[in-house]
Design a protein around this ligand. Structure first.
Ligand SMILES: [Zn+2]
Length: 557
């Protein structure tokens, strides 16, 4: 590739442009994009305002400070500024990309400039004397960066070392950049991503005009229509940069169909590389995509429109299949069955991938109500392996009804897990029972005193003092409470636990009660699932408290 027309020095970049100062219509175009204000300077004549857009004095039907109104002369919308309320910090800034034809080689070269403009509406000198009213203020305009795109050869960018600002207007100093980088980021607020006082835009009309009659037009005709709403954030400069360097590949992606066009958007929008999936320098379709497309694949790309699979993933899978010599599985099948490399890799251990694809197609045809995808099959295979199902049998490997088989296995795995959990619970409680049993010697010494002190019956209910600590574990399981965890503290005499039972049938559990170690108060009394006691049981506990806690408690302690 000859690069002889790509500028190598800053003066060579500038050769493609006129001086900005000599293009008042461009300066005006940028200025037109600045926000509009209506300045009212006389408190006595509040409806009389100066429009910053058309520069005319107009009569407004509203007069509130900051109210949003339309100019009766130029119809632009803006806000009203009462100058006496202070507008010291009112300033507007914009960075606008304006495209154009090269003044040097317009046939195959387009250009762009990122133009910076700033207006500080309040002007005063060092003594603080106001020396300019809004209608006298001139905007500050400067070129932030220059771009030259030479079709088939490459691109160059000359940019300011710093970002432009009216405050240090003399600092403009250009630097030649080998790789094109969009400049919006430079002007964004580092913390919040965007800057409320700063407008960042691309002049789309200027792109349309610039590419007219140049070879860039072919790409722009394909992508321009839907690129406009995605093209900010530097996507345009990256698109034209890539087009200048690799016109064939870009044009091919732009024209081949919606999926590859989407890919192109994604690449230029995010400024990413294609991760090695594309050979940009390729001069044929097969070279760019690394493998040949089948006729039906080309047709499908052209007509398919929007697809679910991101194009890079689609082609990643496709290239991998071609690489392992699988040439029969096509792009539409990859899309239809959501084929991903990892799932294919897994399935490949057990079944020929082309045979699997045909199988998925038959399944989809037979069971229209379900969406058959490869991940469903990969899931099924995982379940088979977990359940040690013999995959060498065809009826297992490719079941008659994949969805149903998948559901059955899911269910089985679920049941297995529940059984395992149950077994684990049992193991834990056996362990707890053993631990509790080992502490019974301690508890034996405490129990007679507890029994003497708290034995109580009323209204068909009774206080049951556990004989062994294991009973706490069983109470916890039966009542679905955490009393099983109290074994250590009960054995150590740190707290007292008794059960509320039926007098007639002492095995019938009504509630669990904890009493403080000194017997001075009831810590808690709860029913099953840690719920409140029934009203009857609650009445029983109140009677118990009166008889055994309030009357004896501290007095005897
Ligand atoms: Zn106006």
């Amino acid at each position: 590739m000859s690069k002889e027309n790509v500028p190598q020095t800053i003066p060579q970049v500038l050769e493609h442009f006129k001086e900005l100062a000599d293009e008042p219509e461009i300066i005006q175009k940028v200025r037109d994009q600045l926000p509009t204000h209506f300045f009212v300077d006389d408190q006595e004549v509040r409806h009389h305002a100066w429009c910053s857009h058309c520069g005319e004095w107009v009569y407004l039907d509203k007069s509130r400070h900051q109210a949003v109104v339309s100019c009766p002369n130029c119809e632009t919308e803006g806000n009203i500024i009462h100058t006496w309320r202070g507008y010291k910090h009112l300033s507007d800034k914009i960075l606008m990309y304006v495209y154009g034809k090269s003044t040097k080689s317009p046939a195959d070269t387009i250009t762009a400039r990122a133009i910076y403009m700033e207006i500080q509406w309040y002007q005063e000198d060092r003594q603080g004397v106001v020396n300019g009213l809004p209608w006298d203020v001139e905007p500050y305009a400067a070129v932030d960066s220059y771009y030259v795109f030479v079709y088939g050869q490459g691109a160059a960018q000359a940019r300011n070392i710093y970002k432009c600002s009216a405050d240090w207007a003399d600092c403009e100093e250009l630097l030649l950049n080998k790789s094109i980088a969009p400049r919006f980021g430079r002007y964004m607020n580092a913390m919040y991503g965007y800057n409320a006082n700063m407008k960042l835009i691309v002049d789309i009309d200027s792109v349309d005009e610039a590419v007219q009659g140049t070879p860039f037009q072919y790409v722009w005709d394909e992508v321009g229509g839907s690129f406009t709403d995605r093209g900010n954030d530097g996507a345009y400069v990256r698109l034209f940069d890539t087009t200048a360097k690799h016109p064939f590949a870009v044009e091919m992606l732009a024209k081949m169909g919606s999926p590859t066009r989407d890919w192109l958007y994604k690449l230029t929008e995010g400024g990413r590389t294609a991760g090695g999936l594309l050979n940009w320098k390729g001069k044929t379709m097969n070279k760019v995509l690394k493998y040949p497309l089948r006729k039906e694949e080309k047709y499908w790309l052209r007509i398919v429109g929007a697809i679910r699979t991101p194009a890079d993933i689609l082609f990643d899978t496709w290239q991998w299949l071609r690489k392992i010599g699988e040439t029969n599985i096509t792009l539409p099948e990859i899309e239809r069955y959501k084929m991903r490399r990892a799932d294919l890799y897994k399935a490949r251990e057990f079944v020929n991938l082309y045979r699997l694809t045909k199988y998925l197609a038959r399944q989809q045809e037979k069971h229209q109500a379900h969406t058959i995808t490869l991940d469903l099959y990969a899931d099924y295979i995982d379940d088979c392996r977990a359940l040690e199902i013999d995959l060498s049998k065809k009826s297992n490997l490719l079941p008659k009804d994949l969805t149903a088989a998948h559901v059955t296995l899911r269910h089985e795995i679920e049941q297995r897990r529940e059984l395992q959990q149950e077994e684990e619970r049992r193991r834990q409680s056996r362990k707890a029972l053993r631990a509790a049993g080992s502490k019974n010697q301690l508890y034996k010494k405490l129990r007679p005193k507890i029994l003497r002190k708290y034995a109580f019956q009323a209204d068909g209910m009774m206080i049951y003092v556990p004989k062994k600590l294991e009973e706490l574990i069983n109470e916890g399981i039966a009542m679905h409470s955490c009393v099983g965890g109290y074994v250590e503290r009960v054995a150590a005499g740190a707290t007292i636990v008794v059960f509320i039972r039926s007098q007639e049938n002492p095995k019938e559990r009504i509630g669990t009660m904890e009493i403080s170690r000194d017997g001075s108060y009831i810590v808690q009394a709860r029913a099953k699932y840690n719920r409140d006691l029934s009203p009857e049981a609650d009445a029983f506990v109140r009677k118990f408290k009166k008889a055994k806690i309030d009357n004896t408690g501290r007095k005897t302690a």
